[in-house]
Ligand binder design. Sequence first.
Ligand SMILES: Cc1ncc(COP(=O)(O)O)c(C=O)c1O
Length: 341
Amino acid sequence: MTLGKEKISFINVPTPIEKLNTVSGELGINLYMKRDDLTNYGTGGNKLRKLEYFIKDARDKGATMLLTVGGAQTNHGRLTAAVAAKFGMKAAIVAVDEYPGEISANLLLDGIMGCPVYLVRNDETRSEGQLLKKAVAKVTDEWTAKGEKVYFIPLGGSNELGALGYYDCALEMADQVKEMKLDNVHIITTVGSMGTYIGLAAAIANEPLDMKVTGIGISPKDDIHQFAADYYDRLKKAYGLKVDLKAQDFDLNSDFDYGGYNNPVDDVRQAIYYMGRKEGIILDPCYTGKTFNAIMKLAKDGKLNKNENYIMIHTGGVPGIYTKHHRSLMEEELMSYMHII
Ligand SMILES: Cc1ncc(COP(=O)(O)O)c(C=O)c1O
């Protein structure tokens, strides 16, 4: 029970925190990784922590089906499909996106887990939000007519309930770093729909926990600090949190979003190769690769503190490397590793 809300615990926690020895040595910082990519359903990732709360709420409400939204390659959708499968429910994903021309990466995994994906074409006459709303209503009606009770999970699982998954993760990390005798702990995490970051920040401020957290934005937002303040206020109101946080209290960095969501970026691919070659850990091009690229650049510019112990959360997303637009560039770049003898 966290802040009065119950969850169904089904994840293999605590996930490991590992020191990245080679990368730390080469970048001249102390860098650890919290392996939330190793969570145990649907190939893992951060959304499973949020889904522990959603599945409890959905079952309490008598739902038989989980419905969520995102891009065609949504990791959150894939993990929603996994959790639905595990709990004997149906799932569906609605996305405003083009058909990418092949069923690969998350789309392939969605199909394997029996989750239909409904793609809606972007059209100039309506906003993406309007298109999504209309499509969600249509798909909900269709499944309701077939006898299902549909439970809707918002984009990225980032509402007041979903954020509790990472409120819990902050508590878990506080226990782990105590046992590891690590002080000056500074968490770095990716910011998409922000549930992960805001859950961590809320726990750190309110418990309180002796740690810091920095969020790395991976796609442009109008005002990322105000976005955080508004989200935190919703949490504060929902759970009666005591601490006031203003926009400037949130440590968020948008300098490394490269102007787009899930766009192919040379620097990010180089960061992915570097991590793979130095630590044997695979990052993804949309989220964790962008975050690690930011860490590398900040370290090289002397902007990270040598006295701090940085812990990057690996939030998963690895299936993303198999999407056509990322994979084809990597195939070209990595051709020299292929030998036919
Ligand atoms: C792999 C991965 N990392 C990070 C994030 C960002 O998490 P949040 O949406 O909670 O900010 C996502 C969100 O979809 C994700 O799939």
